[in-house]
Design a protein around this ligand. Structure first.
Ligand code: CAA
Length: 401
């Protein structure tokens, strides 16, 4: 039986995130955005709401909520500002849920528990200055030396790079395979900011998601204990792709929230502003833009919820998550552009939020799989060039865990 109603817990979560973000962040987001300022004071508040460990089981310090709740939280957060949702994407989606699925018990106790409780903040390090879409093209290396690996390399476009305590980092452990671009030569590691040889910085030239922290980090012969290898040596590429299944899910749900924010702002404006003697909402060309936003919002919501439903059941969802991410981010760009258009010259000013939505939406059409990568993946599934094979570790189903 299909059921489109939220459960009591899901509804409560949706309302509490909406109320908190509307009360605590919405009134000052314009100023934070204009000042290019990430407010670290937001993190303990998110921790108090349980958001930083939302779909992590209670036995590992999390809130034990299902993956639909993770999507709902992402949607509500991005309704207010993309920078809030980005925290969920890297801390929960890309990092914590990966440790939950691939980490050893010791790694879960040492890293996952404090992350889920919000006592430490985590992010992800795959992208490099010369390798984004081409994940096999990374240059970072990890050389085994007795009881540790020595990591050298540079990561770029990392959300929370200057904020996080822990980083899930991808590096080549087999240099012969690196030459051949054979991904079975890549491994995943937990790197702490406090490790000697680690340094980070913030990107200051970014023109969107200005209330978020985005940066780079460098590892100069950083000694990482062998206990911090995540999964087995050689499983790093799969772990990175697995992590993106959860990261892309939060991006899809977040973009859905952005479309709703554009729709609501546009409806408000269209019923207040008059042109040619009537509310602009009564002009058919404005109606068309608003109707498209509603269609995009409802479609995006169905797509991410289907992916979340599959996650709850413990079923592979790379294909469905990718489709949701691709559709909703492209639709959010359309919605934000049209929201600015409906606002006319006012849309071109920071007095209204739609200009911020327009700047914020573009990033998600690029990160966590560009529009083009997702198009190719969807075509490849249909053409039989790509299939999702079972992996050694899967995201634990919600009902059974
Ligand atoms: N889960 C588990 N395993 C997976 C997987 C998944 N989702 N997807 C692929 N794999 C496995 C495959 O099964 C395969 O293993 P086997 O050969 O043993 O079956 C192996 O991984 C290699 O997979 P592919 O052959 O599919 O790999 P590919 O090279 O063809 O992938 C690509 C190409 C799809 C374009 C991929 O490189 C890709 O997704 N690129 C985009 C990367 C991206 O999204 N980067 C953004 C990172 S975000 C960031 O770093 C910034 C930040 O702020 C955090």
């Amino acid at each position: 039986m299909l059921d489109f109603d939220l459960t009591e817990e899901q509804g409560l979560l949706e309302r509490s995130v909406r109320e908190w973000a509307g009360r605590e962040v919405a009134p000052r987001i314009r100023e934070l955005d204009r000042a290019h300022r990430f407010d670290p004071g937001i993190l303990p508040q998110m921790a108090d709401l349980g958001l930083l460990g939302i779909s992590v089981p209670t036995e590992y310090g999390g809130a034990g909520m299902d993956y639909i709740c993770l999507g709902l939280a992402s949607e509500e957060l991005e309704y207010v500002d993309t920078s809030l949702r980005v925290i969920m994407s890297v801390h929960v989606g890309l990092n914590s849920l990966t440790l939950l699925s691939w980490g050893t018990e010791e790694q879960k106790q040492r890293y996952l528990v404090p992350q889920a409780q919000g006592r430490t903040i985590a992010t992800f390090g795959l992208t490099e200055p010369s390798a984004g879409s081409d994940a096999r093209g990374i240059q970072t290396v990890a050389i085994r030396r007795g009881d540790h690996y020595e990591l050298t390399g540079e990561k770029m476009w990392i959300s929370l790079a200057d904020v996080a305590d822990n980083f899930l980092v991808f590096a080549w452990t087999d240099l012969e395979k690196k030459k051949e671009r054979d991904p079975s030569g890549m491994s995943a590691f937990i790197v702490e900011r406090s490790f000697k040889g680690f340094s980070s910085g913030t990107l200051t030239e970014k023109w969107g998601i200005l209330a978020g922290n985005t940066g780079h980090f460098k590892m100069d012969a950083v000694e990482v204990p062998t206990e911090n290898l995540v999964g087995r040596e050689g499983e790093g590429f799969k772990i990175a792709m697995f992590a993106l299944d959860q990261g892309r899910y939060t991006v899809a749900a977040g973009a859905t929230g952005l479309i709703r924010a554009c729709r609501d702002a546009s409806v408000r404006y269209a019923t207040q502003r008059k042109a040619f003697g009537v509310e602009i909402g009564s002009h058919q060309l404005v109606k068309e833009l608003i109707a498209q936003m509603e269609s995009d919002y409802q479609t995006s919501r169905l797509l991410w919820q289907r992916a979340g439903w599959l996650k709850n059941q413990g079923r592979r969802n790379t294909r469905e998550t990718g489709l949701a991410k691709w559709f909703s981010t492209v639709a959010s760009e359309r919605a934000a552009g049209d929201a600015v258009q409906i606002h006319g010259a006012n849309g071109y000013s920071d007095e209204y939020p739609v200009g911020r939505f327009y700047r914020n939406c573009k990033g998600a059409v690029i990160y966590e799989g560009t529009r083009e990568i997702h198009k190719i993946m969807q075509a490849d599934y249909l053409l039989g060039y790509r299939t999702d094979r079972p992996t050694r570790c899967e995201l634990p189903a919600w009902e059974t865990r």
